[in-house]
Ligand binder design. Structure first.
Ligand code: NAP
Length: 284
């Protein structure tokens, strides 16, 4: 069984981003800059953005905080996003979700200029992905693909099963697998017999947000398994959506939690930020 080490792949990506940032600085004098917007008092979001900012700093990407506990209205949020859209020194806008109660996330995402949407959630960017000509790809699915490619997964003609159909993970991941000529099945809570589908998978990607929903008996011998889930048990232990102990007995390759997809998400965010800065500075 091959352990798919997301931490190591993320380090490789961050190394490449760091080199790209130095090249961009040398050629334009500009520093890629990420505006981080958080509206609401969410402990988990604060940890996520602290991690993202630390990683950004490590590769030479500057970040600017726009953090509001509560009390920002939709028009105020739109005004903030418009000012960041118009600021030539800001190349990427990270709108940390969720937003505080009463704010419309879809409207806020749509208010971000597509060229600064480093999460790839803007409808235009999702549409480009669907059309087969993506500009920016959502970070977590992009990270899953990077892991599969790094370890040489054979996707052409493979039966790929994606459990979960969220806009940020499942749906874009299915599109990316399809673009690589996998035969893709998407499963969700209304799927009649989940195990019947997962057992057919050569590549099984799980983003359900349910601890250990996939067990060894649901996995085909020799499958590649990507576990996107991050669930904290009452004991405080962090586990994925895949029961690692039983699935590792059957899988050919599997990502651990933590240390699998999680680090990749941050690395891909910074890769997207560098790419956005390059495009805005005319480097293509
Ligand atoms: P989400 O928006 O809650 O979507 C979960 C999806 O899974 C839904 O489509 C749901 O189906 C499906 N689902 C839930 N339980 C299921 C079950 N028992 N059988 C089959 N399908 C089931 O979650 P998300 O935002 O995509 O996140 C999924 C997981 O990935 C979470 O654990 C999250 O913390 C983690 N995550 C990790 C990273 C990272 O960087 N590692 C990034 C993002 C998310 P319905 O559509 O029918 O409800």
């Amino acid at each position: 069984m091959k352990l798919l080490d997301g931490k190591a792949v993320a380090q490789k990506v961050l190394g490449e981003v760091g080199a790209g940032v130095r090249d961009l600085r040398a050629r334009t004098g500009a520093t890629p800059t990420l505006a981080v917007v958080l509206v609401g008092d969410f402990a988990a979001s604060k940890i996520y953005i602290a991690n993202k900012k630390k990683a950004a700093e490590s590769v030479g990407i500057a970040s600017r905080d726009h953090v509001y506990a509560e009390g920002l209205s939709q028009p105020e949020l739109s005004t903030l996003l418009e000012s960041l859209n118009a600021d030539p020194d800001v190349h990427g806008i990270l709108l940390q979700l969720p937003l505080s109660k009463g704010l419309d996330e879809d409207a806020a995402i749509a208010a971000i200029a597509p060229e600064k949407d480093v999460d790839g959630f803007h409808p235009l960017n999702l549409g480009r992905l669907l059309a087969g000509s993506p500009t920016v790809v959502p970070c977590t699915p992009a990270g899953c693909m990077e892991i599969l490619d790094h370890y040489g997964a054979d996707l052409t003609g493979a039966d790929a099963v994606v459990v979960g159909r969220s806009r940020i993970v499942g749906k874009p991941l299915a599109q990316l697998l399809l673009a690589r000529h996998a035969t893709v099945t998407m499963c969700h809570t209304r799927t009649r017999d989940l195990a019947a589908h997962t057992r057919r998978a050569d590549v099984l990607c799980v983003a359900a947000g349910r601890p250990r929903v996939i067990t060894g008996d649901m996995v085909r011998e020799g499958a590649w398994v990507i576990d996107v889930g991050v669930n904290r048990l009452e004991t405080g232990k962090l586990v994925g959506d895949v029961d690692f102990a039983s699935v590792r007995e059957r899988a050919a390759a599997i990502t651990p939690v933590p240390g699998g997809v999680g680090p990749m998400t941050v690395a891909m965010l910074l890769k997207n930020t560098l790419a956005a800065a390059r495009r805005q500075l005319g480097l293509g």
